[in-house]
Design a protein around this ligand. Structure first.
Ligand code: ASP
Length: 331
């Protein structure tokens, strides 16, 4: 008996065609259905299609992710469903995938996939990616792996994966980590498990979290106005190990001390951890002494998603810090 997998389609290039007049890629009504009818799918699983949306992924926002998470949770709670595959635009796929990884409470796998090429382009990658993702969903070793991203026959952990190439089908990678496994023809091969997953029990989120990248000569003026703009928290992408210009240090101090604003420190380097090893004013240690929270090797994009989820649970600084540092399942 074939296992049941639910395919949830949200849109993206995988459900786009080339406009004959403008030659630009546009969402096409009915194409999500086409995605669900990929050749060979029936031999692998009993696939049930649910259309969630048909939008480009730059239109996805934290509320959309939250609604998707609740929808997927409901599907996984059905006993006969063994896993869920989600199609999504590649641009923001890693954000949605990590949001789902943090919020879905189930041992059953969730696999996010996409395409870099429209359905009508030569060498379109969507159908193959859907088929490979369904293969992952029915594989017993996928149980307990959380949310994964499967494209170009590689399987990546939601926490680690990022889009690295604007145009190439081999765009998704996990810098500093590597893939969890691969799909090789009809075999699914896992190399390792994602050990640093955290899962939170949330009933709301806080979407007003800003992500700002510091730069040489930054005087902190952009950061200073964040509370006035209605933001409630900040991910600050810093230099190297977690260092900022001295003027930015003073604004971080103002945000934390005067505004009780959580500030998460990440790095513009895409490999390695941030850590307070520099003691000069603006060095990572000076930021840590202020109470800034260091995001380990989490990317800025992922750190923002984690803060959005955690601030739905608490706005208390010490508790935000405790939850942010949680690497383990079941929190
Ligand atoms: N702009 C598209 C999107 O993210 C890109 C893609 O799907 O590859 O919706």
């Amino acid at each position: 008996m074939k296992q049941r997998v639910v395919l949830v389609t949200t849109g993206g290039t995988i459900a786009m065609v080339t406009d004959p007049v403008t030659r630009a890629s546009i969402p096409a009504p009915g194409l999500n259905k086409h995605v669900a009818n990929v050749e060979g799918l029936k031999e692998v699983a009993l696939v049930e299609h649910h259309e969630f949306s048909n939008i480009p992924s730059p239109y996805i926002n934290p509320e959309t992710m939250w609604n998707l998470s609740k929808r997927v949770q409901g599907l996984l709670d059905r006993e006969e469903v063994c896993g869920v595959v989600i199609t999504h635009g590649t641009d923001t796929l890693e954000e949605t995938a990590y949001f789902l990884d943090l919020t879905i409470r189930s041992e059953k796998p969730v696999i996010c996939t996409a395409a870099m090429r429209n359905i009508d382009e030569m060498g379109t990658d969507g159908p193959r990616n859907v088929l490979s993702s369904v293969r992952v969903a029915v594989n017993p070793l996928a149980v307990g792996m959380g949310t994964m991203v499967c494209l170009n026959d590689e399987i990546h952990a939601a926490r680690e994966v990022t889009k690295t190439y604007t145009s190439n089908v081999a765009t998704f990678d996990s810098p500093g980590h590597g893939p969890l496994g691969i799909v090789d023809e009809d075999s699914v091969i896992f190399f390792r498990k994602p050990l640093l997953r955290a899962v939170f029990n949330v009933d709301k989120i806080e979407p007003k979290v800003a992500l700002v990248k510091t730069f040489t000569g930054d005087d902190g003026s952009i950061l200073r106005i964040l509370p006035e703009l209605g933001f409630r928290g900040l991910v600050l992408e810093t230099f190297g190990r977690g260092n900022v210009p001295v003027e930015v240090y003073h604004v971080v101090k103002y945000l934390i001390r005067a505004k009780e604003f959580p500030v998460i420190i990440t790095s513009r380097c895409f490999k390695g951890r941030v850590l307070g090893v520099y003691g000069y004013v603006g060095g990572g240690k000076s930021l840590a002494d202020l109470g800034a929270i260091f995001a380990q090797e989490l990317s800025s994009i992922k750190a923002r998603i984690k803060l959005i989820v955690i601030m739905g649970i608490t706005s208390e600084m010490a508790e935000i810090e405790r939850l942010f540092k949680l690497p383990l399942k079941g929190a």
